[in-house]
Design a protein around this ligand. Sequence first.
Ligand code: COA
Ligand code: AMP
Length: 630
Amino acid sequence: MNYRDIYEGWKQDPEAFWMEAAQAISWVKAPVRALNDDNAPLYEWFTEAEVNTCYNAVDRHVEAGHGDRCAIIHDSPITGTKARISYAELQARVASLAGALRAKGVEKGDRVIIYMPMVPEALEAMLACARLGAIHSVVFGGFAANELAVRIDDCQPKAIIAASCGLEPNRVVKYKPLLDKAMELAAFKPEFCVILQRKQEVAEMIEGRDVDWHDFQDAVSPAECVAVKGDHPVYILYTSGTTGAPKGVIRPTAGHLVALNWTMKNVYDINPGEVFWAASDVGWVVGHSYICYAPLIQGSTTIVFEGKPVGTPDAGTFWRVIAEHKVKSFFTAPTAIRAVKREDPKGELVGDYDLSNFKILFLAGERADPDTIEWAQNILGKPVIDHWWQTETGYSIAANPMGIEHLPVKTGSPSVAMPGYDVQILDDAGHPLPAGELGAIAIKLPLPPGTLPTLWNAKDRFQKSYLSSFPGFYETGDAGMIDQDGYLYIMARTDDIINVAGHRLSTGGMEEVLAAHPDVAECAVIGVSDQLKGQMPVGFLCLTNGVTRDPGAIRAEVVKLVREKIGPVAAFKLAVVVDRLPKTRSGKILRGTMVSIADGKPYKMPATIDDPVILDEIKTALQTIGYANR
Ligand code: COA
Ligand code: AMP
């Protein structure tokens, strides 16, 4: 069957489509109905079924006789280590860890925060929680203590599982002091912490609260897989919203299993036993879906890579890992390819490796610019496939389904809607727009299995953020168009979220930090175009009347503040002091116009602007930091 037939088949009978896909999952109690629309416009899938995620990702492969198959390859060019873990070993390790967690009181429904770098133990911790029906929430290592504290207060975990440190090429990131600080800041107090000591940094333990990863597993009985209902959350993953308070995206167990398993073959063209690699981080949705769950659910081999596209040790690292571990499909962010291109513009390092097993490069996480795609295609001689998705959906909304059919690639487009998604372009009033016209990208409800049913502790926020603008639709927050052939083009965000090196960040969250500085009266943060990272945040500060301190010192202080409050991942390094911010007569800051000025793009003078002269002042300020020069 070709893509069109499959998509049309889904559209005619979505429930039958997903019931068929559900047959690839091993159920404790098989689903009898797919969609639950009892509480529409809130939807759930496979509500009455019973199942366990860890069983599907690990045990069932061992029971099927594949215990010797490699489940996880760990490759860390930073520490110089490589290791392989078979499905049977993974089963023993996860069952033991789950047993130890259970012995300390972790049960079905309890939350557990995981704060770990790119080591296999991070996946083992996720799977151990899933084994017990405990709900994990992984926090990215590049976030500051304050962000960790916000998540502790929101999901109220019984335990935190952390490593002593993460490793960036230029420094050891000590997780333990960040964890201790977060525990101090949070109003909610988890009962205990499990610490994986890494030899690069042995953390000091707090007596009575912290237990050692290995010691606490001594003499415990391994835990079996606990069945949960289909709609039970397997995890909560916090992502940026329009304010500093992150949104806790809930991932429902059954839909997650069914949908991710479907994508492995149909989107990524991977078969069980083949090697799939997503070079992301377990702290992001790509890491959840495609480093941990999807490859393991399918019974293929995944790679946990602790390194960077460049500098660990060079721009040939990706090609080395692909060749050495016989990767068939590889997934990364366009920014990573741009970093490689900058270091090795002719792609000469590709020639050092045998890439004969490598078939397809997949890109997502931010807009894939045509230059980057074409460059990668040329140096690799393989298809380069852009695909579009979000933390909220957990897998691709639009893609070129390489396991079904190689559709023609249109550079600049992540191709076509996947089964499950009726994607439409709407005008401000919610009317569908014709092909080729720009508008808000919305998805007709219900969303497919595995996508967020709601937000943790925030049902109203879920409805307000996603369902209120266009009744009957999910609002993606992206703007774009669909062409005559059904190809989607993702052009911009409709909110104040920016994308820095494939990391989703809230400028609103950064503004909250800047505004808290005692000398700052008013501020704005915008995302300006950056050749490497896609976008970079720039802060504009209006100082409080009477402040006579050196503006340079204040700029340095706010840069430090954002690093301390949000974390290094915000990559907030540029701030300028201005007298006033450009606003409409009703007081709305003209962020879009400021972005155009920074990027040297033409813009229309907003009709409602309060005082046009301010735009010249903004331009001059931006020129002092190297922008607005074109
Ligand atoms: N733990 C702690 N700190 C981290 C971190 C982690 N897991 N990941 C990144 N950081 C830090 C970096 O060290 C850097 O700190 P610095 O300001 O002290 O230099 C800062 O956060 C910004 O990181 P980032 O924006 O990722 O830039 P980078 O300098 O590390 O380089 C590139 C990243 C440019 C090489 C980029 O191409 C890349 O690979 N980005 C990651 C893409 C990705 O995986 N996206 C996920 C979605 S698919
Ligand atoms: P995240 O939730 O971190 O995965 O970020 C999701 C957002 O990243 C989307 O809403 C888009 O704005 C952007 N994004 C992800 N993939 C793509 C893509 N292929 N093309 C354009 N933008 C993308």
